[in-house]
Design a binder for this molecule. Structure first.
Ligand code: TRP
Length: 330
């Protein structure tokens, strides 16, 4: 049996190329050496997403995105978080081994509190307990199957540390019941800039979507922020969002040519944007086709997720049984 790699993705936005480079691709690459577990974290999304239609739609889009980008549901275990009731059950048990102070220090909660304080509001205004307990649910996601590694972006590093703390606290009380996982932190690929040069993120509204209609993909690429230099002016490629994005999709030879155009003059932003849009559309051509097919066949997605949930439950149940036995809840 191969070691386990586990990845969850929250259905709070449409898949974009920052997700792909920072998350989907590295996670799928691990399939060669690990048994992959991938899931759509809809319970996590519920901490902020309270519109049922949107949530349902995004679960399909994220699931179709994984499949279209190459997740093989026969090889991987692929499911929707809310189809595995062992996860919330384990969440409760783990919450009894999580110091509240640890959660007070979690970045997402702390950021919400800091913002309230800076606006002179009650520290917990608008903060639901689900957001506060988010890291415990994530620990249950990971610990339920004895996961060995968890590939995540830098923004999730603290959540992995919290998971390890919780597992260790549990094990100190009952002996070595839970496997303490390792994070695989994707530091470099995290730095995929959005069209405005900040980190690409749906919260900044600066993404290039993978599966949107061609026109929309092109439009977003044309909106990449550039300076006012003319084509013949020399430019610094390291200070260019457009160049950085080209570097993910152009061949090494072409990228070197483009770099020369930047340095010596001759790089016209408009032309390079068109080139980037073409490269992105070509790179994802097959995935975009299969995404469209999948979204027209939601029954298939339902079946895949349901079968995946059965596998996940079978895999998690022995771990949960061990937890129940250790604690005396059995
Ligand atoms: N918190 C992760 C994010 O925001 C999503 C997630 C939920 C996750 N459960 C997980 C990631 C378990 C890795 C492992 O992106």
């Amino acid at each position: 049996m191969k070691p386990i790699s586990l990845t969850g993705i929250k259905p709070t936005g449409k898949p974009h190329i920052g997700n792909y480079l920072g998350m989907y691709r590295p996670a799928l690459d691990l399939m060669k050496t690990y048994q992959g577990i991938y899931f759509v974290a809809d319970y996590h999304a519920l901490t902020i997403m309270h519109d049922p239609e949107t949530l349902r739609e995004l679960v399909y889009e994220v699931a179709a995105g994984w499949l279209a980008l190459g997740l093989d549901p026969d090889e991987a275990i692929f499911f929707r978080q809310s189809d595995v009731p062992e996860i919330p059950e384990l969440t409760w048990v783990l919450s009894c081994f999580t110091s509240k102070g640890l959660l007070n220090r979690a970045h997402a909660y702390k950021a919400a509190v800091d913002e309230n304080l800076s606006l002179g509001r009650d520290p917990d205004e608008g903060v639901n307990a689900g957001l506060f307990n988010y890291p415990v649910l994530m620990a249950a996601d990971i610990l339920l199957y004895g996961s060995d590694v968890v590939p995540v972006g830098l923004d999730q590093k603290q959540h992995i540390e919290i998971t390890r703390d919780i597992a260790e606290a549990f094990n100190r009380t009952y002996g070595p019941v839970l496997k303490v996982p390792e994070g695989i932190i994707q530091e470099n690929v995290m730095k995929v800039p959005g069209i405005d040069g900040q980190k690409m993120s749906k919260s900044y509204n600066n993404t290039i979507p993978i599966f949107a209609p061609e026109k929309e993909v092109r439009k977003q690429v044309m909106r990449i922020v550039t300076d006012s230099k003319r084509p013949e002016d020399p430019k610094d490629p390291h200070d260019s969002t457009l160049f950085t994005l080209l570097s993910f999709f152009a061949s090494p030879e072409r990228l070197e040519e483009i770099r020369q155009l930047y340095v010596h003059g001759g790089a016209a932003y408009g032309d390079l944007k068109k080139e980037l849009a073409n490269l992105i559309l070509a790179h994802f051509a097959d995935a975009r086709q299969s995404f469209a097919d999948l979204m027209n066949n939601r029954g298939y997605i339902d079946d895949v997720l349901a079968q995946g949930a059965q596998k996940a439950r079978r895999m998690g149940q022995p771990y949960l049984a061990a937890v129940r036995k250790a604690t005396g809840i059995d």
